[in-house]
Design a binder for this molecule. Structure first.
Ligand code: GLN
Length: 488
């Protein structure tokens, strides 16, 4: 058995599995041992599933023997804990679901299983995906493998930290306003938030239903392409799942980018961006030019600054409706010490939800209440349309839009947790594409003060292929992929 198999990318592991130089059981054991060794420091998982993983690994080895393996067969994967998995506890990072054992599988987990992937655990996250640091998890904060005193980002911080720390080869996260891209950026990984509707939300614990989308985190562009290919596709169980056929994404990898038109919106270069981040982005733009792309920094998307306000009306409004189901009656945590049904419900929600979730429910309930609906919710939906139109006008001229992913590198645990607005500002660069429903990928473009900086590539609806083409060319030219921090 090869030493430190957990260091491989999924495609490297696949080559070895196919050549029968490595078995999935050996690979999975290597990852499980790595989890044992570093998990006390990282806390990437809420629930670990080692027995299940070894069982799935044995099945995977049988598929290699019988010739029915796929690129993900036998690959250890971390699954964000809002992705419903039959028989495996799914908490969404909340106390209110601490004992919820789902009786069914989500579409994305079904797809992973169909491909023969191996699930090693359910990844930590901010409660109901509300946050940018995993500090809002009811199961403790995850630590950034690059520096354990720092956050890994969020809300999919556990999914990103697991891949960066060698506790999984790839993972699934979810993105409502930046929750795949920002943690990928802060941990030096590649994260892809696909077009809204590309991936079924069936079996995903809902936060903001018009924004939520599942997507992959991996150590290089090829791995996220493989993962996206596996999980996407039409699913009649989600009425917003798009029937648009998925092209062969891997065909875009290695395609020439000469002549590609890249727009760089000036509104993204704001005060508050760290100088080290700006330097890496400037260098990245030069590299795209060297690759033969036409980089235009005169693009203006004037409504960019309103995306944050729009998002923090729409997402909490949808959350307040979605979270009404947690009443202590149907499933999950239940406090029955009250004198009446109403008291029980009140106590269940008071004890089951954390502060950030309560804040969002209050914001959303207020924005949707009679008399305020037009002033807030309806207005936000109108501005959302304006943001969308500006992007559409830009895509008449440009193939992709390139921006930083986050204004800062990873920040210290505790630095922003008591200041909700400072926390919300983490997502200024990821929220506009989310509000518009556009696909966006983050990939590393270097280090600032020893910490990874992420570059965001935004594409038009269902144009994931072009994003991957640009990302793969950039990654190859920079020579940065699968760089794992030294956790010692
Ligand atoms: N940080 C943003 C929020 O707290 C986005 C989270 C997400 O994408 N799930 O809402």
């Amino acid at each position: 058995m090869m030493a430190e198999a957990w260091r491989l990318t999924a495609h490297e592991a696949h080559e070895r599995l196919r050549a029968r130089e490595l078995s999935s059981v050996e690979l999975t054991r290597s990852v499980l041992e790595r989890i044992e060794a570093v998990e006390p420091k990282v806390n990437a998982y809420i629930t670990r599933t080692p027995e299940l993983a070894l069982e799935q690994a044995r099945e995977a080895d049988a598929r290699f023997a019988s010739g029915t393996a796929t690129p993900l067969t036998g690959i250890p994967v971390a699954v964000k804990d809002l992705i419903v998995t039959k028989g495996v506890r799914t908490t969404a990072g909340s106390r209110i679901l601490e004992n919820f054992i789902p009786p069914y599988d989500s579409h994305v987990y079904e797809q992973l299983r169909r491909a023969g992937a191996v699930m090693v655990g359910k990844a930590n996250m901010d409660e109901f995906a509300m946050g940018s640091s995993t500090e809002h998890s009811a199961y403790g904060v995850s630590h950034n493998p690059w520096n354990l005193d720092l956050v890994p980002g969020g809300s999919s911080g556990g999914s990103a930290a697991a891949v960066a720390a060698g506790e999984a080869l790839v993972s699934l996260g979810s993105d409502t306003g930046g929750s795949i891209r920002q943690p990928a950026s802060l941990t030096g990984m590649v994260g892809f938030d696909p077009t809204y509707g590309r991936v079924s939300r069936f079996g995903i614990v809902a936060f903001g239903s018009s924004l939520d989308q599942v997507g992959p985190i991996g150590r290089d562009v090829e791995d996220v392409a493989t993962m996206l290919d596996c999980i996407s596709g039409h699913d009649p169980r989600d009425s917003t799942s798009n029937p648009e056929p998925l092209p062969d994404l891997r065909a875009y990898l290695g395609q020439d980018v000469r002549g590609m038109k890249i727009g760089v919106p000036r509104e993204y270069f704001i005060a508050g961006m760290e100088p080290g981040v700006k330097d890496r982005i400037d260098e990245a733009l030069k590299l795209f030019e060297e690759l033969g792309c036409e980089v235009d920094t005169s693009l203006s998307l004037p409504s960019t600054e309103h995306a944050l306000a729009v998002y923090y009306i729409i997402a909490p409004s949808e959350a307040s409706a979605n979270l009404a189901r947690y009443d202590g009656v149907k499933y999950g945590f239940s406090d029955r010490t009250g004198a009446s049904m109403w008291e029980n419900m009140e106590q269940t929600r008071a004890g089951g939800f954390g502060n950030e979730v309560k804040r969002r429910i209050m914001l959303g309930t207020y924005a949707l209440s009679a008399g305020y609906y037009d002033a807030y919710y309806l207005k936000a939906q109108k501005v959302r349309t304006v943001i969308n139109r500006e992007f559409q006008a830009a895509f008449e001229k440009y193939d992709v839009i390139v921006t930083p992913t986050s204004p800062t590198v990873a920040f210290p645990i505790g630095a922003k947790v008591d200041d909700p607005f400072a926390m919300y500002l983490n997502d200024v660069y990821t929220l506009p594409a989310s509000v518009a429903g556009l696909p966006g990928l983050s990939l590393p473009c270097g280090l600032s003060e020893g910490l990874p900086v992420g570059l965001q590539i935004i594409g038009n609806f269902f144009d994931e292929g072009r994003i991957l083409r640009a990302a793969y060319a950039f990654e190859s030219a920079l020579g940065w992929s699968n760089r794992l921090p030294d956790l010692a």
